[in-house]
Design a protein around this ligand. Sequence first.
Ligand code: FMN
Length: 394
Amino acid sequence: MLSENDTGSSLSTASTKENRDGLSNCICVDDFEALATTKLDRNSCGYYNSGATSQQTLLENCTAFKSWRFRPMVLRDVSSVDPSTEILGRKISFPVCIAPTAMNKMASRKGEIDSANAACSLNSGFTLSSWATSSIEDIAENVPSVLRWFQLYVYKDRVLTKELVKRAENCNFKAIVVTVDTPVLGRRYQDVRNKFSLPENLVLKNFEQQNKLGFSDGVRSSGDSGLAEYVASLIDPSLNWDDIEWLKSMTTLPIIVKGILTAEMAAEAVNHQVDGILVSNHGARQLDGVLPTINALPEIVKAVRGRCEVYLDGGIRNGGDIAKAIALGAKAVFIGRPVLWGLACGGEFGVKKVLEILRDEFILTMKLLGVTSVRELQSTPNLVVHETNILSKL
Ligand SMILES: Cc1cc2nc3c(=O)[nH]c(=O)nc-3n(C[C@H](O)[C@H](O)[C@H](O)COP(=O)(O)O)c2cc1C
């Protein structure tokens, strides 16, 4: 929850003078992180910002981008560039979408509705978490024209899991993003220390109708992280590749697997005819010590050989990071924490500003690289190389 002013969400109420003043000093995503950290209380800040165990991968998700170097082209007439692209056949105005993050209403009053509205206004895409504090129906009713995907956690209760998919279909969500890296919750020390709980006034809205004990209001600590306890009791740790077949058999929506980090698992996903792979380590919140996603991307792109779309999330903090991921084969990237920081700083307005900053920095990077379209960025060889490859040739 916010410790200071409720940032609200409509553009008019979002910004008390104080908030706007803070926001106007935010010229990059790192500024949003710093400001958000002053606005969020300990429970929410710890939950949003932290990673698993030693947080090695949390740091590396960001720093690894720095070892990938640009090899720019010059004298290329970049007076006009087009940053738009397509994901699963739908046009987006630049290759950045919103990753699923749980419990957005701890950051702003309207939470996920603010995030979806911001995505909508910039013609980007929005992914709703299973553990959102706004429901599938809330998004469809309040932000009907946003391009929306639904992130699915597979519950031990398969009837309930199937109902979630059907509700997403009925509400015109365009894909199911099944998270495959969470058979149990990663150990996040800050949440354990804080005995992380969802504040009493909030619930996991997708389960409110279910009226089953603990599904919507079960993120309450009895001594450990409340979310770890929730996952241990309700999420299915037996999830396996047969369940991907089960999902495919019950829905006509495209299936994207989120949480792939190796060529072997990517090949398996392609064998199961998924429509997309989201290269993700869950924002470094699950298995600490895995590769930063940007370093995992090349082997996955190579293994997939264009047979499904490949996306990336984790550590995207500026336009250069976006360009590097696209040049290395991602069709689009997704952002998690930057959206939460935008929400905490200024609700919908804050998220919109985060997305605008990333879009503008991406366009700037395209120009400085000498490319005029996303396709050119994707198809020009060796625009981005790992620095060890440059040094070894000297
Ligand atoms: C606070 C928080 C909550 C998250 N909740 C979910 C979730 O409900 N489902 C999911 O698949 N991933 C979840 N993620 C992971 C994100 O979808 C994404 O993989 C990650 O945030 C990307 O890294 P970034 O935060 O560095 O952009 C969450 C991440 C954060 C930071």
